[in-house]
Design a binder for this molecule. Structure first.
Ligand SMILES: Nc1ncnc2c1ncn2[C@@H]1O[C@H](COP(=O)(O)OP(=O)(O)O)[C@@H](O)[C@H]1O
Ligand SMILES: [Mg+2]
Length: 249
């Protein structure tokens, strides 16, 4: 399996302050890998660094076989990386079709027809203003927009935030199917831990910027209760947990 994302001892953050410290993470082509952790753990920071939108503070980071250091975000996107950021990143005053057309570029091999086939709810909404759609529909547009750029790597940041569980159960399997059909590596940040671990192959758990657990989705599912109690709760910032190295925060 080709490795599409490879981080070794990656440090990243804002200014000179590292938020994520010593991250080792890989994603292979066709693989869905989830990145879990409480609010503030460093998940978004990690995704933005992989996308080239934040500078690296140390370590080694490769996307599709080339270093990310000094590459501009658009150059990483051109290599084949597509991201659905927190908050979906849509143009809400534009229609669904306009949002999708904006994400298509000269080298896109995925057509509008193929995207509509993957997301059968969208053709009927094509001429609707995106801001008027439901959360679940908007998230389908965001995912479809990421797909139409024909990426080899996809980063998804909390795409199920605020959606009803019944919608989450429909959206996450779509991610799995897309990853398999397009041999795409997906790094999935998700608060719906069990639902994410149901579609993922592997996962990492971040706490205070360090990996505190990693393994196959099955292994992490088995430990889900322990992980939720220790690392995935909302109150984690208030109660720092001892880290694997014995240090804190
Ligand atoms: N623009 C920023 N400047 C400084 N610190 C930030 C900025 N954005 C996030 N942080 C800090 O980085 C840490 C990790 O944030 P983030 O990666 O957004 O966490 P997560 O996505 O896991 O909830 C938090 O402590 C947050 O306050
Ligand atoms: Mg975040």
């Amino acid at each position: 399996m080709t490795t599409v994302i490879e981080a070794r001892d990656l440090h990243c953050g804002y200014g000179t302050l590292p938020v994520v410290r010593g991250l080792d993470l890989t994603v292979g082509a066709g693989e869905v890998v989830c990145l879990l952790g409480a609010n503030g753990a460093g998940k978004t920071t990690t995704l933005l660094t992989i996308a080239g939108a934040l500078p690296q503070l140390g370590g080694d980071l490769q996307v599709l076989g080339s270093p990310v250091t000094k590459a501009r975000p658009y150059a990483i996107a051109r290599r084949g990386l597509s991201m659905v950021p927190e908050g979906r990143g849509l143009f809400y005053k534009l229609t669904v079709a306009e949002n999708l057309r904006l994400r298509r570029h000269r080298r896109s091999t995925v057509t509008m027809a193929e995207v509509f086939e993957q997301f059968p709810a969208l053709p009927a909404l094509a001429d609707r203003r995106t801001g008027l759609l439901s959360g679940g529909e908007q998230q389908r547009v965001a995912l479809a927009g990421a797909l139409i750029a024909s990426p080899t790597v996809m980063l998804l940041d909390e795409m199920c935030l605020g959606l009803a569980p019944i919608i989450v159960e429909k959206l996450l399997p779509m991610v799995r199917r897309i990853a398999e059909e397009h041999a795409m590596g997906v790094l999935l940040v998700e608060q719906h831990v069990l639902a994410a671990l149901t579609v993922a192959d592997r996962g990492y758990v971040l706490a205070h910027g360090r990996v505190v657990a990693e393994g196959s989705a099955a292994e992490l599912r088995r430990d889900a209760e322990k992980l939720e109690a220790g690392y995935l709760g909302e109150d984690i910032a208030a109660a720092p947990v001892p880290l694997a190295n014995g240090g804190q925060r």
